[in-house]
Design a protein around this ligand. Sequence first.
Ligand code: HEC
Length: 246
Amino acid sequence: MFKRLTLMAALLLPCGAVLAEEGGMELMHAGTDINNMQSLQRGARNFMNYCSGCHSLQYLRYNRMGDDLKIPIAQLQADLMFTSEKPFDMVNSAMPADAEQWFGKRPPDLSLAARAKGVDYLYSFLHGFYADKTRPWGVNNLYLSNASMPHVLQRLQGLQKPVFKHEAGEGGEPKMVLTGVEMMSRGSMSPEEYDHFVRDIVNFLDYAAEPVKATRQSMGVFVILFLLVFFAFAYLLKKEYWKDVH
Ligand code: HEC
């Protein structure tokens, strides 16, 4: 038994390691909580202010978001709807059709980003920008090499610089390997404040990717509880029926 368990663990471990190393760097832990309503509300505000200029959420309507996140329509219109006027519109971006020429790549729709890439990836990506003079916007990203997105949160986070390690290459010639980043110039937020800020955005993107997620999870708990109670009654009933037979 023990032997079989160790064999299974040995088979599963490399899979975990490979997943974590996708993109070359180990991912950070996002620590988001889809049931934290205040975090979701702050995340919606941060997303609308810092991301919706370029990214849309094409499967999410403003009024649905208002209902789910308990934001009154008037406040939604005043504070969050920059790219649209009607509450039943989808969350569009302000990007014109030729955005591709500006960035080399069209900023992708982020509706399903949290499902496609995972919250840890999004959290890491938003921590991963570092100074790189060879890139058009002067920054590159640890988790998406040669990313064509500018570091739109630089004023808040500050600017990081890359840290390299020298290694012998295949032919023996030295080569530089990127191992991480360190802070070069600080922004207006402390590292902890920036972590919270990004965590809220990622939490909001997790909600946007599946607006019924929180309901689905609480419904799941309810269903299991119901089944347990039902099982107890069914068992008692069975005992009652078979009492006379035995
Ligand atoms: C000035 C325009 C602009 C703004 C503002 C912007 N982005 Fe982007 N973003 C881009 C572009 C361009 C890409 C495509 C990058 C690529 O694939 O090289 C991108 C890609 C992404 C990706 C996909 C990364 C991947 O692995 O493919 C994510 C996630 C993302 N952005 C999140 C955000 C978030 C969150 C914000 C708000 C904090 C934001 N972006 C603000 C332009 C922008």
